[in-house]
Each structure stands twice: as C-alpha cells, then as structure tokens.
Design a protein around this ligand. Structure first.
Ligand code: HEC
Length: 160
C-alpha cells in the first residue's frame, strides 16, 4: 500500500514543481518601482476608442530628450491607461544604472526595465515583460520610447 502512495506523492510533487517553474516564466517582478506620479509631467495623450493613455515623465528627462542627451538613471516613463474614464492599468518604464545586465543581450533594452501595475499598484504577474522589451526594442535610437519625439512639441499642454 505504502509503495503505491509514494509514487503518487512524487507525481504530485513534480506537478507542483512544474507549476512553480511555469509561474517563474511568467512572474515578472523586476527592479521597476511604482513612480511618484504627482512629480511627473503629462506630456502627451493617445486616444484609441474607449482607451485614453496619459503619458508622463520627469521635467529633467524632458530636458534631456530636447537636448539629445541620455535620460538619467532613476527616470520613470509612465503610461496611465484609462478605460471608460477610469484607470485600468499603469505601464511603467524605469532606467537604472546597469539594469540592462539583468537580461541576455538579445532581450536587453539599454538600461530600461518595464512593468505592468494594476490600479492597486500590484504587479501583473501574468505578464512576461520580455514582450514589452521586444516591441520597445525597435525604438533603441530614441531611449526605447515611442512618444519621445513629441516632447519637443510640449508647451504646457499635453500633445495630442
Ligand atoms: C506591440 C508593441 C508594444 C508592446 C508589446 C508594448 N508597448 Fe509600450 N508602447 C507602444 C507604443 C506604440 C507606445 C506609444 C503610445 C501608443 O501608441 O499607445 C507605447 C508607449 C509606452 C510608454 C510611454 C513611453 C513611450 O514609449 O512612448 C510606456 C511607459 C510603455 N509603452 C510601457 C510598456 C510596458 C510596461 C509594456 C509591457 C507590459 C509595453 N509598453 C508593451 C508599443 C508597445
């Protein structure tokens, strides 16, 4: 009797191991912190159907982009995704000293890391942020940003 119980226990154990490994593939806590939204400047808005995106960063980063200088470590760029007028999620990029070293060269987006936060500021553990990096990787010539080129046009009102 005991003999037949043991293998079942082992099977259960290996199933748990598989689940844990599977979870690790998707779980994407990384170095990105939730930003101090109040200190950021909302420089552009992107609208698509019922989605409204407010995109923001620090005044210092905006100066750097205008002057064609690298954005400083510690900078956040945030996309606040509103659905039907309510915050649905926060997409955050943050740059840190040598943060690129956390990833293999093929995945790396300079020293930027990416994260998806829910409105309660918890991380969406179902997202693999390699997807964010793979798309933003196309913008390597401009700090991995899609809307960085709108910053020089900002004159106090979010560029539409
Ligand atoms: C398929 C391409 C694609 C993927 C995947 C993607 N993004 Fe973006 N991202 C964009 C585009 C395009 C914009 C410009 C705004 C727009 O058009 O909605 C953008 C804008 C942003 C911005 C504002 C700064 C900027 O680049 O203009 C942040 C922050 C951002 N994304 C974070 C993320 C995060 C975090 C993820 C993953 C959870 C992610 N993105 C996944 C294409 C992508």
């Amino acid at each position: 009797m005991k003999r037949s119980v043991m293998p079942a226990g082992l099977v259960a154990l290996s199933m748990i191991a598989t689940l844990v490994v599977g979870w690790q593939v998707h779980a994407e806590t990384n170095r990105v912190t939730f930003p101090e939204i109040d200190k950021l400047v909302h420089y552009t808005t992107v609208r698509r159907g019922n989605v409204t995106e407010h995109i923001m960063t620090t005044p210092e980063a905006m100066q750097a982009i205008k002057a064609n200088r690298p954005v400083a470590a510690g900078t956040h760029f945030v996309l606040v995704d509103h659905r039907d007028g309510k915050v649905f999620r926060y997409f955050v990029m943050e740059k840190g000293d040598s943060w690129g070293a956390d990833y293999a060269a093929g995945r790396r987006t300079g020293d930027w890391q990416f994260q998806w936060f829910w409105p309660d500021r918890s991380v969406n553990l179902n997202e693999n942020t390699a997807r964010c990096q793979s798309c933003h990787g196309s913008q390597s010539a401009g700090e991995y940003l899609f809307t960085g080129n709108r910053i020089p046009r900002f004159d106090g009102k979010p560029v539409e």
